[in-house]
Write a protein that binds this ligand. Sequence first.
Ligand code: HAM
Length: 428
Amino acid sequence: MIRNERKKLLMRFKSLKGIQDILPPETHIWQRIEHISRDIFKKYGYKEIRLPIIEATDVFIRSIGETTDIVEKEMYTFTDKGSRSVTLRPEGTAPFVRAFVEHHLYNEPSPQKYYYLGPMYRYERPQAGRQRQFHQIGVEALGVEDSKLDAEVISMLSTLLKTIGLKDVQLEITSIGCIKCRPDYRAALKEFLRDKLNNFCDDCKRRYDINPLRILDCKVPTCIENRKGAPSVINFLCDDCKKHFEGVQRYLNLLKVPHIINPNLVRGLDYYTRTTFEVKSSSLGAQNAVAAGGRYNKLVEEFDGPPTPGIGFAIGVERVISLVKETPHEHESPDLFLCTLGHEASEKSIVLAEQLRNRGLWVEMNYDESSLRSQMRKADRIHAKNVIVLGEDELKKGKVVMKDMQGKKETKVELDAEEILKVLQKKK
Ligand code: HAM
């Protein structure tokens, strides 16, 4: 009864909705993906940048856009003890550009290439593929406007996803133009929406005057239905944007990166100009984007930096992992487990374990006075490859027996780190 009460009490403490613990052995997959990413980024000259997970709220409002879902509905915003409005980062590009300007990184030789990984926070309704805390691995490349850089960034993303083991994903690209082509498109879109506006949700009605392009990203079913047939920005591109987009396609073809052009691709962030893209998977259901990004040629100026074009992407690690379908399993097991009988053996064991670890082995040992049987059971449970039993007799003779837990073969060996290492190395 008391135990049940206690259990109930303990269960009161759970992680927050949409915010998950990541436990071993799944962490192994995370490490693998992080390792592959770092490895690939290095070959393209990207350096790691580590950014705070909390920023002044304005950092996000100014960049992501006041009328976006992220800013209007999804930010974890609160007032800190100094009465400042602060926000847990919902994405990495805005904090990155804030840091880029703050630390004058634009003075570095261009393109300036950086990558980051870490948690992001969006207060969305949790569902498959959508968490409130999720992780992104992102890159940002600045200082070059040429479409070769767009193609290089997209090609790197494609290589990254392939190396991780993702199959059946589709890369969609488009161009959303620049400030030069936007006014004509905006006018055409407003014209199209004018007579239908009554059928749209209140948010869309409000967005019509302030930022009509946002109506294209509304998730309300009636709004989706009513905006069908809306003009596409791709038909309004100015000559420079057209040329740039043709360049992106030409270089992607040259690099043999499969892609389709989706003129209806809409990104949920306002800072993009020209190239935008998403990698989608049909196995993911409603939340089908595993990675997404685009160019942002005006964002650095928005943060009071010098005119500096930029482009980047972020992959959603949880979504990628759900597609890898790798059965999480322990890829490694301890080389050796030291069973101990008695105080003296315990003392010898703690020293021996350390000596062997310093020589590169994974060694586990017994820490208490449990029976030999229970120690052997434990060695078995953690899949130790070898076991040594250390008792009074072994200490006296200076010799131990090493038991191979799979072949069950026994080898006599001197009670000495170097000798034990030699035997274990022979087995590897
Ligand atoms: P985003 O499209 O908002 O872009 O997010 C990028 C990726 O993060 C998505 O494709 C998805 O895989 C993942 N993601 C987003 N929200 C969630 C969620 N609630 N749960 C799980 N995964 C999620 C950006 O964040 C831009 N900063 C990308 C970028 C970098 N553009 C230029 N540079």
